[in-house]
Write a protein that binds this ligand. Structure first.
Ligand SMILES: NC(=O)c1ccc[n+]([C@@H]2O[C@H](COP(=O)([O-])OP(=O)(O)OC[C@H]3O[C@@H](n4cnc5c(N)ncnc54)[C@H](O)[C@@H]3O)[C@@H](O)[C@H]2O)c1
Length: 467
């Protein structure tokens, strides 16, 4: 991204805050740019009024789903148990394409007797789903450019919203979502499924039980070779995903890494992100693959690897990486270091520091010892839901089921959701902030307080509750 794009990006952030776009006239000095941008960004309008949002219990949650592509087709399968137990029903489905709807509807008929209404054929047909008066929850699994608009419209129509990741990728949309949710008092959850994975919940449970001591550092990532899918003509509808890689440079997929880490580190619950620096490598791998496959896509702006460093208000550090261009094994890193223990994922390993030993240990726990920790500290949710998790392995080994189960059960009971509005906005906002830092020679960039100051009140991650 060049300086002009950076200034546009910054101007958009300022414009929404109702301030004059002074950034467009700023001087050549990077330091001046940075300070002015930071000043604009820090003017939060959030009140924090939905941080512990409790809503009327809904005995059977009536669901409308928008976007029935790869992701929507998996999410709908997570509903079988909930439908059969009368906790939820699916009322309407929407997509641009009729064939995708018919395929999903054929599946739905195998798990639900009531017929769902189908909306397709036009870019705005989804609005009819949001406008129905027999829907409580709108689930959005469309390309990124639609997320904020659909979520905002849904809340304006009196619906709770759960949206795929990232819920927004401009700061302007982040603030709009906050303003709408706080005004309408509706739930607006970012569906960050990795927060519900067995390994991440186990680590969170160990953090809660003090196994890690005080936390100082974590590393997360979305390292996933997506070249094949992005270059494929049909995998993503209208090849929406690769276009972002032509236009932008930064970390586009922050939430899989940041969601679990933020829960470990009490982000929004006693700590908050303070500032970040972000750097992208040059781009080579996607271009090479595109050329080899005679793709019409060329000139990619996004570097192969983006690395973003975040420091929290309480002095913890986070390294977050994003690479979907390079041929390499999948990883979310899932590294956590505390004063008493260290965890690294891919594969999962645990180190327990025992300073009372005569020597300082350098080895990961042996298999047997690791297993003992795994059994002792497994999050109770994964035991409680074992049968359903096994039956729903198609949803990333069960974490998608746990996420949907918790969302619906929280709505059934009228209790705050595990992932609140501010969590998802904060994790998603790291995308535009990383882009700004990258475009400004990795300048230090302040992270706005999206929570209206409510982050200062310590509390446990809600996913640790039994509901
Ligand atoms: N959390 C996860 O593990 C996970 C995994 C995969 C994808 N995702 C997210 O899910 C979302 C969708 O990704 P995907 O892989 O399913 O993409 P996709 O292209 O397969 O599906 C998107 C669907 O949305 C439909 N759509 C587009 N515009 C629409 C409109 N105006 N109205 C109605 N439908 C519309 C398309 O026709 C398509 O079927 C993305 O945000 C992605 O990041 C998350």
């Amino acid at each position: 991204m060049n300086r002009k794009s950076f200034l546009n990006l910054s101007a958009r952030a300022g414009l929404f805050l109702g301030l004059s776009p002074i950034i467009t006239s700023c001087k050549d000095s990077n330091v001046a740019d940075k300070d002015e941008v930071n000043e604009l960004l820090l003017k939060s309008k959030a009140t924090g009024s939905v941080v512990n949002l409790k809503t009327e219990p809904i005995s059977k949650v009536r669901v409308g789903m928008i976007g029935m592509g790869n992701r929507g087709s998996v999410l709908i399968q997570m509903f079988e148990y909930l439908i059969k137990n009368d906790f939820a029903e699916i009322v309407a489905l929407s997509d641009l394409k009729e064939d995708k709807l018919q395929k999903n509807n054929a599946y739905l008929k195998t798990i639900q007797t009531k017929e769902a209404k189908l909306y397709f054929g036009g870019e705005d047909e989804w609005k009819k789903v949001a406008e129905r008066d027999d829907i409580d929850l709108l689930i959005i699994a469309t390309p990124w450019k639609w997320h904020a608009e659909m979520a905002i419209y849904g809340m304006e129509q009196g619906k709770h919203v759960a949206c795929e990741v990232p819920i927004a990728y401009t700061l302007e949309d982040c603030w709009k979502l906050i303003e709408t949710a706080e005004r309408t008092q509706k739930h607006c959850m970012t569906m960050e499924n990795c927060c519900f994975n067995g390994e991440e919940l186990w680590v969170l449970n160990m953090v809660d039980k003090g196994v890690f001591g005080d936390l100082n550092h974590a590393e997360g990532a979305y390292i996933h070779d997506l070249r094949k899918h992005m270059l494929d003509d049909v995998y993503y509808e209208d090849q929406w995903r690769i276009k972002h890689h032509q236009e932008r440079n930064g970390n586009f997929y922050t939430t899989h890494g940041l969601g679990p880490i933020s829960f470990y580190m009490d982000i929004g619950r006693g700590d908050n992100y303070d500032h970040l620096v972000s750097m992208s490598s040059r781009e080579q791998s996607l271009s090479k693959a595109a050329k080899a496959h005679n793709s019409k896509f060329t000139n990619f702006a996004c570097g192969d690897m983006n690395t973003t460093l975040i420091r929290t208000k309480k002095g913890k550090s986070i390294m977050l990486q994003f690479d979907v261009h390079t041929g390499r094994p999948y990883s979310r890193l899932n590294t956590l270091t505390g004063t008493k223990a260290v965890h690294q994922g891919y594969p999962s390993r645990l180190f327990i520091d025992e300073p009372e030993l005569k020597y300082w240990g350098h080895n990961w726990l042996k298999e047997e010892e690791y297993k003992n920790y795994r059994e002792k500290y497994d999050h109770p949710l994964w035991n409680k839901l074992k049968t359903q998790i096994d039956a729903n392995a198609v949803g990333h080994g069960g974490m998608d089921f746990v996420m949907i189960y918790r969302l619906i059960r929280c709505l059934n009971k009228g209790v705050p959701l595990d992932i609140n509005l501010y969590d998802g906005i904060l994790w998603s906002a790291i995308t535009p902030l990383s882009e700004m830092s990258v475009a400004n020679e990795s300048a230090s960039t302040k992270v706005p307080d999206f929570t209206g100051g409510t982050w200062k009140t310590p509390r446990k991650a809600e996913v640790l509750r039994d509901i």
